[in-house]
Design a protein around this ligand. Sequence first.
Ligand code: NAP
Ligand code: F7E
Length: 320
Amino acid sequence: MAPTAFITGITGQDGSYLAELLVERGYDVHGMVRRSSVERFDRIEHLRERLTLHQGDLLDQRSLVDALRASRPAEIYNLAAMSFVAVSWVQPTLTAEFSGVGVTRLLEAMREVCPEAAFYQASSSEMFGKVREVPQTELTPFYPRSPYGVAKAYGHFITVNYRESYELRATSGILFNHESPRRGLEFVTRKIAWHAAAIKLGLIDKLPLGNLEAERDWGYARDYVEAMWLMLQQDVPEDYVIATGVAHSVRDCVEVAFDQAGISIDDHVVADPTLVRPAEVDHLIGDATKARERLGWEPKTDFEALIRLMVDADLKRLSR
Ligand code: NAP
Ligand code: F7E
């Protein structure tokens, strides 16, 4: 019988790639979606027939228990969160509810309905924040610098705590930034790729940006969901850093994107101080040695290839 997987956040970037991977591997894939007056399932539209969707919300315990009862999963991937760091300063308590306490709600639902399942928590390099060492490993202490990072640190530790308290097969993946043509338009790589394409096609003229010197360790989302799956195939649940080990600046991203689109930076990029964050994270570079050695995982797509494929995808999309 096909194993059953349950994904929260299935309508998001990672949820859609993970659903694709699990469907390809013969899983019976269930996903949780929240109610909206307008249904927006663009990222999973092509898979819709092969998925079972349940209404639910990380803010609502009843809905989590019912969704798990209806799907009885062997693997649970908790990808749902308020994932945009900048907005976490605007909605700090809501971020804590979704991305922090929401993890406890789902773990409690799992304990009640399917304690034998394997659980994946989407932890984040944002937990390292004001970094204590470079590069960061599974043992690097956390110093989050945003309400999002603080909420994720709570989600991370409650996952570890439930693993140790109740012997749940709960694993936390500490993922560094990962991008794709399905990335939300508000995140910087996709914003740059989309603007480069739109400027090239004469649809707009300016690209407003905040801190051009900020650096991140950027990988490809398609590679990273493979790591999530590998983590849940291990006999012993442990935490893993997933990263490329190479950092680039926002400026590097603009250079590659504009080169791919064939346009000049000087004429279009404008500084917008409102996009600079109250606190920034520096020197985020991950060391994924443990994942390489234990999971056999390695990133396949480098930064430059990633940004070029994102620009091409937006050029294609906007030309239609
Ligand atoms: P994303 O594209 O923003 O997707 C977030 C998903 O969470 C969406 O499906 C969204 O549903 C859902 N969601 C938000 N609040 C919810 C709630 N209260 N109840 C139920 N569902 C809710 O994020 P992503 O890039 O795929 O990231 C997936 C996970 O990995 C997130 O937890 C993120 O924090 C974490 N993470 C991401 C990265 C990265 O670089 N991408 C790195 C480290 C960790 P709607 O479609 O209804 O909005
Ligand atoms: O910002 C700088 C900004 O919003 C990257 C999420 O997936 O990864 C993501 O969080 C950098 C920051 O991603 C603009 O100041 C400059 O330094 O693309 P971002 P993020 O904040 O790193 C982590 C690992 C997650 O877990 C999160 O869920 O780019 N930056 N100018 C800008 N950023 C944005 N968004 N927009 C700008 O105009």
